[in-house]
Design a protein around this ligand. Sequence first.
Ligand code: TEU
Length: 535
Amino acid sequence: MEGSPLESADRDWWRNAAIYQVYVRSFADGDGDGTGDLAGVRSRLPYLVELGVDALWFTPWYLSPLADGGYDVADYRTIDPAFGSLAEAEKLIAEARELGIRSIVDIVPNHVSDQHVWFRAALAAGPGSPERALFHFRTGRGAHGEIPPNDWVGEFGGVPWTRLDDGEWYLHLFAPEQPDLNWEHPAVRQEHEDVLRFWFERGVAGVRIDSAALLAKDPALPDFTAGQDPHPYIDLDDLHDIYRSWRSIADEYDAVFVGEVWLPDTERFVRYLRPDELHTAFNFNFLTCPWDADLLRTAIDRTLAEHAPVGAPATWVLCNHDVTRTVTRYGRAESGFDFAAKAFGTPTDLALGTRRARAGALLSLALPGALYVYQGEELGLPEVEIARDRIQDPMHLRSGGVDPGRDGCRVPMPWTSDAPYAGFGSDVEPWLPQPASWSSYAADLQSGDPDSMLTLYREGLRLRRTESGFGDGRLSWLDAAPGVLAFSRTGGLVCVVNFAGEPAPLPGHSRVLLTSGPLDDAGRLPQDTAAWLRI
Ligand code: TEU
C-alpha cells in the first residue's frame, strides 16, 4: 500500500475514491455452507488491497429473512447469523482500515422486513393502533374494502398492497415482505438517526442510502395518473429535510453518504447533492447509457454540468447487483440498461461485450470524480441465465416469471479455477448455481495473465492512484474523429476511446500509459478500445 495511513489521510477521499461493492452473500464463503459471509470477506482482504480500491460498500448484512437478498432488514443492529456476528463486522471494519480501506454500509430506510419488531407489533396491535402508524395501513376501496387503496404499481411489478385478515391493507413498494415505513412519523426519523450513529460509532466511513428518493409519500396516497406532478412517492420535497438532518450527523463523524437516486431528471437529481445534503449519489444515467460515443459524451457532459453548481463530485458506475452485468449488456444489440426490457434468451456476443467493457473500464476510471466497481466486474464476469426453478429474486417472481430478475449478476464469485465451486469456499452447492464456464474466470487464473480483465483493473486502479490528473477535477474534450471520444485531464493526461469502425490515430508526442487492448501495426487505436496517454 502506498500513501499515508488513514488517520492523516485526506478528508476529501470520497471525491476521488474507487469503491468496491461487496455483495456479501456471493463474495466468498468462509464457513463452507454455500453462502458468502464476513469470514470470506476477511480472508479476501489481501485481494482487495492488491486490486487497489479505497473503500468497500457492503450490501445489507443485517438480520434478514433474505426475501430480497437482505434489503428486507429485520434488525439493523444485528448481523445475520448466515454472514457472521457484530463482533466480526467490527473486526472486518477495523482490519480493512488497517489496510487503508474504508467501509460503507447500506441503510434501507424506505422499508423494513415484515419480521422487524415494529411490523410484527403493528400486525398484532390491529387497525387504528399507534403501532400501525409507523407504516402505511389503509382500508381498501369497493363495497367490502376488497380493492387496493390506490392504483399504484409496485417497483417489482404487481400491486404494492397486501391485505390482512383484519381487512386492512399495507403498502409495500417492493415485495410484500418489505412494508414501507411512514416517514411522517417522528419515531421513524429518530430510529434511523440512531442507526446511523450506531454504525458511525463502529468506524464506518460512509453509508449508502437505498432507494433514497422513495421514502417520502404524499400522505393522501392518491391514485397516480401518469404525468402527475409531483409524483405521489418519487422525489418528494420532504426528503431534503430528512437528508439535511442526516448530514449533520455524518459531519460529526466525518462520514459520507452515497444515495441510490434513480432519477433521469438530472436537475432534480443534483438537489440531493447540495452542500448540506448528500455528498454523492449514483450516476445511473451513465450506467443506463448505450455503448455509443455521442450518447456517452452527452451523458458525461450533462453529469458534469449538473454537478458543478453544487460542488459535488460525480460518481461513475457501470454495474451493480441490480443490473445486467457490463460485458453482457455491451455485447447486446440494445447495450443500454432498462429494467423493463430484461428478457430471457437475449442474444449476446460476449467477446464484443468484453472488449467494450474493457474500454468502458478505462473510460470510467479516467472521468472526474469517484468510481464504483461491482464485485466480479474486475473479473469480466458475464450475466448468468439462471434456471427458472433456481431463481430467488422477488423481481422475477413478481413479474409472473417474465422478468429474469437480478440473480444473474449475483452468482457466487470464482476464486480458484481447480477447486470445487470455483473456489467460492463452499462444501455444498452455493445458494445460486455457477455455470460450467465459471472456473475459467477465476481470480487465480487471471492474476498471472497480462491480458486478463483483472490485470487491466489492477493496472488501471494503480495508475489512477499514482499518476497525476485522475479523480476529481476538470475534463476538456479534444478534437477527435466521429465515433471517437478524447479528453484531457490536468497535467497532460489523456483518455481516448474509439467506438467507430476505423482505427483512430493517437495524438503525437504522447506516451502510452495503458490500453484496453492491443494497438494495430500502425500504432492506431482499434474499434472498441481505449487508451490512456501522457502528452
Ligand atoms: O433498489 C432500488 C431500485 O432499484 C428501484 O428503486 C428501481 O428504481 C426500480 O426497481 C426500477 O423500476 C434497491 C436495491 O438496490 C435493490 O437491490 C433492492 O431490491 C431495492 O432497493 C429494495 O430495497
